[in-house]
Design a protein around this ligand. Sequence first.
Ligand code: GLN
Length: 473
Amino acid sequence: MNIPESLADIQELIIKKEISLVQICQEYITRIKSSKNNAFIEIFEKEALSKAEEVQKKIANNEFGLLAGIFVGLKDNICYKDHYLSASSKMLKGFRSLFSATAVDKIINEDAIIIGRLNCDEFAMGSSNENSIYGAVKNPIDERKVPGGSSGGSAAAVAEGLCNIALGSDTGGSIRQPASFCGVIGMKPTYGRISRNGLIAYGSSFDQIGVFSKTIQDANLLIHVMSGSDEFDSTVSSREPSNKKIELSKKKFNIGIPDEYLKFKGLDLEIKNKLLSVIDDLKFKGHKVEILKFPFLKYLVPTYYVLTTAEASSNLARYDGAHYGYRTNKAVDINSTYENSRSEGFGIEVKRRIMLGNFVLSSGYYDAYFTKAQKVRRLIKTKTEEMLKNNDVLILPTAPSTAFSIGEIKDPIKMYLQDIFTVHANITGVPAISLPIGTHSNKLPFGIQLMAKRFQENTLFEVSNLLMEAHSK
Ligand code: GLN
């Protein structure tokens, strides 16, 4: 059975009675069950089917929400009441959410159907989805390759057509890099756009929930629905982006490209050339493209890893074997409970980051690392705001390469450098998107990234629409 990629097309078919929501649900469930990519770790089969019946009735009565027809896979770090949630970690095995994330409540209120839970890197730490107790996810385009991370299951699920939308979280690129590796759209909104209530915390001043989709309209709609103030997250803005259809804009945009990104030595030549050809095309169509100076490229990854590990070491302190989650059998007293539960419950990458975070926060090193990184974050923010002052968007690569092989990158530093182009948006809090407009001669897809000013998601989507129209077919 063929399921259209966009929600508008699905709704049209349902209204014309050419297809029913239950049939679509069944088709997705069949696909998930026969998929070999290890993206889904749980299917909510019965409840998705009964919800599909319910929403189908609403459609028949012409009283349905904005997201009727959407089937969503949830990354395993986003709470869904009464459902298991583990952050792909032994630490949370058997844990059930007591409440739903605000973003999940909001999409359910608009008749989205949650179809299952998606594999990811443990506590969202990683760039390849190899750090998961459920095992690696395979890239649907080439199963020897990683799907990217940490939201690898989300990207692979949408790419393979196992659901039409997946939610992920993006702390340093975890939506955009896997979107690039799997050939789908991956959108991280402005920090403060969507409530983090019910998202398992990693780096709280960086984390944002975002969306994987096949169309710009659907990404825009999901961001619109999930946005808005929330009494459970004081960092969220009450501003809501419009849900107006993103028309093909006739505006001429000002677009900036930091020279250092183009000249980065580790950038794959074909990705660079595609970026240059997209830029030429934009100029040809009358947009203004300006080459900018961004002298901080080499500080992005160190700043990100000092600050996020510091925040993670504090956020992950709650997993102690006493409150909830995994508890060791070797619990004799308080210390051995904490020590053994944490040693046995966390995987190696999470432990590495907790130790790194504790180190940069420890007295004697605090000023040299944590305070310094905060100062550098400020410099990067100021410079980025300056670059975006006269430009509507910045255009960049999403990742330095196409998907690498499973097991290929063993050195953690090399893995961290994967994030070089994506952490910029998280350090500065601006919205960013990866658009699937490149195909490499190795047949793997890759994305081109756009960043806009804070709360300018609409501009980001408008320019995205232009690029998708011109380059995605
Ligand atoms: N790859 C980055 C990291 O490991 C990004 C993770 C994320 O965005 N959650 O921290």
